[in-house]
Ligand binder design. Structure first.
Ligand SMILES: [Zn+2]
Ligand SMILES: [Zn+2]
Length: 149
């Protein structure tokens, strides 16, 4: 399993160009924000941090761009059963640990659980395409806040 690697803006732009996607200033900004942010932002968070720079931009524009990035494989959408999908621009395999009180998602790297996939295939007869593992807990800053109560 290859080491997870953070995508670079240049490479991402290159991928878009090769896929025939036009690079508008807004699209560029959304992509840049995604790559620089390690926080798995929602479309709303991206919109709020860019609206000052692009007064004409709407949340729909952000969603549109995210959909384009998803189609060419630049981002992964993490759905949590509600409207607030989060977007992750690191598409190599990694796992997530999620803070229950504040919802923060942090990446961590661990060798892919290939044996589990193989076992699941053997036991169920399914063809396994991928898997998702999430660890839950309380992040350091929430832990600190709790201690002050
Ligand atoms: Zn937290
Ligand atoms: Zn991630």
């Amino acid at each position: 399993m290859a080491m997870a690697q953070h995508m670079k803006l240049d490479e991402a732009i290159d991928t878009l160009k090769k896929s025939g996607v036009r690079i508008t200033p807004q699209r560029h900004a959304v992509l840049e924000y995604l790559i620089q942010s390690m926080s798995h932002p929602t479309a709303d968070e991206i919109y709020k941090s860019l609206e000052g720079k692009f007064p004409n931009m709407s949340v729909a524009t952000v969603y549109n761009n995210l959909r384009v990035f998803k189609e060419v494989g630049l981002v992964k959408e993490l759905t949590y059963g509600d409207a607030s999908s989060r977007f992750d621009c690191i598409t190599t395999d990694h796992y997530h640990i999620i803070c229950k009180p504040c919802g923060k998602i942090v990446d961590f790297h661990y060798p892919g659980l290939d044996e589990v996939e193989t076992l699941a295939e053997q036991v169920t007869g399914f063809h396994v395409s991928d898997h998702r593992m999430e660890i839950y807990g309380i992040c350091p800053s929430c832990k600190k806040n709790e201690a002050h109560h």
